[in-house]
Design a protein around this ligand. Structure first.
Ligand code: DX5
Ligand code: ZN
Length: 229
């Protein structure tokens, strides 16, 4: 039975009271928390580093997914692991040693992910899938929350899913990040997304209720799909 995970992105949370929003995520049944690490170089924006990850780690037992949008991520893997990351994704763009960095994450006992911007050829995913626990297909250009979903994600996810199944790598999860809301989550699930990142789509109004509503849409999609078979 296919399981689809909900991963709220704290980028859209209230940073003056993160704990309150994290409790809401827990109450709503979030599976993971998504932490966006930006350095002002790989992307124009700057967010936070291991110190804040560590503080979040002390606040919750939910698995933490660190999405590294930084140059030379290999220099910081140990720091994020020590801070409490359970999953770490690195971008392939500008990475000289994709394979080595992915392996270093796994060697430290954590889940390794490779992230691709919307314009990055899927070949990067094909070539590295066997070294990944998850592959992040960005559905916006990284850097900011609240952007619109780029629909090319849908065909890219379908192509990647087929590749993974054909290659007997279907334990590798596909993560979607950017512009996912309660209203369009079914499209992403239908295309093959297993890990659903959502920021502005969840942190608006009642967070727990939003997560439950997103879960209901996901379940609806999974049920409709399985009844077609
Ligand atoms: C964008 C980040 C996302 C962001 C998504 O660069 O990687 O994780 O928080 O935000 P929404 O869901 O608002 O597009
Ligand atoms: Zn992200």
């Amino acid at each position: 039975m296919r399981k689809v995970l909900i991963e709220p992105s704290l980028l859209s949370a209230n940073f003056s009271n993160l704990e309150k929003d994290i409790r809401q995520c827990e109450e709503g049944g979030a599976d993971l928390l998504h932490l966006d690490i930006m350095d002002g170089r790989f992307v124009p924006n700057i967010t936070f580093g291991p110190v804040v990850v560590e503080a979040i780690r002390r606040t919750t037992s939910l698995p933490l997914v660190c999405h590294l949008m930084i140059v030379e991520p290999e220099r910081y893997i140990v720091d994020f692991v020590n801070a409490g990351a359970d999953y770490i994704s690195i971008h392939c763009e500008g990475q000289f040693h994709i394979n080595r960095t992915l392996e270093s994450i796994r060697t430290l006992g954590k889940k390794a992910g490779l992230a691709l911007n919307p314009g990055t050829p899927l070949e990067f995913a094909f070539e590295n899938a066997e070294y990944c626990d998850f592959i992040l297909l960005m559905s916006v250009n990284p850097g900011f929350g609240g952007q619109s979903f780029i629909p090319s994600f849908l065909r890219r996810a379908e192509t990647l899913k087929n590749f993974l199944i054909k290659s007997r790598l279907d334990n590798v999860l596909i993560e979607v990040d950017g512009g996912i809301k309660i209203e369009n989550v079914q499209d992403a699930v239908r295309a093959g997304a297993d890990m659903i990142v959502s920021g502005s789509g969840l942190f608006n109004g009642n967070i727990a209720e939003n997560i439950r509503r997103m879960r209901a849409k996901i379940e609806k999609e999974l049920n409709e799909n399985s009844s077609k078979k």
